[in-house]
Write a new protein. Structure first.
Length: 261
């Protein structure tokens, strides 16, 4: 099966999408006309999203997530709104992906070396507490360093293991995370994102038309993308193991051939 046709581990059914409320958009007065094609109808002043579109685009986004991971790229999960934080943290952690759930620091992508310096500082402060160095400092200085560490950990703990710029982003609410979107666009980093009826889908490479406010909607869609990441990882491990076995076999064959000669 070709990479483009490869399927991820789990795909959401129409029934699951319906139960999660992924079809509820925003008030009709707040819509973005570019979402017109994804809107099924209007009900009580609210736009209803076409769930066939949601399912189809989610499948495509999951395929992309699996493909990026299979190629060794990491996906940065991003969602700082209250409804998204725990879901992003949980699912990103489950698939071993970096995440941002507190505040998007300007330059997280475009000024990554500065971010890495802040992460090294955070690790340095953590080491000082662990090895007892902090205990010999004066109370005021110790308090200042502890607060500095807490502040850094709050914003950077999800990306502390991200050694380089990610290969793609998954975003909940592109309007709220507009700085992340601009940074990714500037660097040519593909974006997978939930796009509600008040969003511009054109700024995203793999848009998923769905409710980006409801907890269940965010949870379901994020879980599918995380599942695709895990599937891509497994496929990469299998491919690497097969390559290693083939390499060892060729080496053994060569060794045996030289003995016979």
């Amino acid at each position: 099966m070709s990479e483009s046709k490869e399927q991820s581990a789990h795909r959401a059914s129409i029934e699951e999408l319906l139960k999660a409320g992924t079809h509820f958009g925003h008030l009709t007065s707040r819509w973005n006309p570019k979402m017109r094609n994804h809107i099924f109808m209007e009900r009580n002043g609210i736009h209803i999203i076409n769930l066939n579109h949601t399912q189809s685009y989610l499948d495509e986004a999951a395929d992309a997530a699996a493909l990026f991971t299979r190629r060794g790229k990491r996906i940065l999960f991003t969602g700082t709104k209250k409804q998204a934080r725990e879901n992003i943290r949980k699912h990103a952690s489950e698939c071993g992906s970096p995440y941002v759930v507190e505040r998007w620091l300007g330059g997280t992508l475009t000024n990554f070396q500065t971010i890495r310096r802040s992460i090294r500082r955070m690790e340095e402060l953590a080491k000082m507490e662990e090895d007892g160095t902090m205990e010999v400092l004066k109370k005021k200085e110790r308090l200042m360093k502890s607060r500095e560490r807490e502040k850094l950990e709050k914003t950077l703990s999800g990306i502390k293991d991200m050694s380089r710029v990610p290969g793609a982003l998954f975003i909940v609410d592109i309007n709220r995370e507009h700085i992340a979107v601009k940074e990714a666009q500037r660097l040519g980093i593909p974006i997978i994102a939930i796009v509600d009826t008040n969003c511009d889908p054109d700024v995203v490479d793999f848009p998923i038309p769905a409710n980006d406010d409801a907890l269940k909607s965010i949870d379901l869609i994020t879980s599918v993308i995380a599942g695709a990441v895990n599937e891509g990882k497994k496929e990469r491990e299998i491919a690497e193991a097969a390559q290693k076995a083939e390499k060892e076999k060729r080496a053994q064959d060569k060794k045996e051939a030289s003995k016979e000669a």
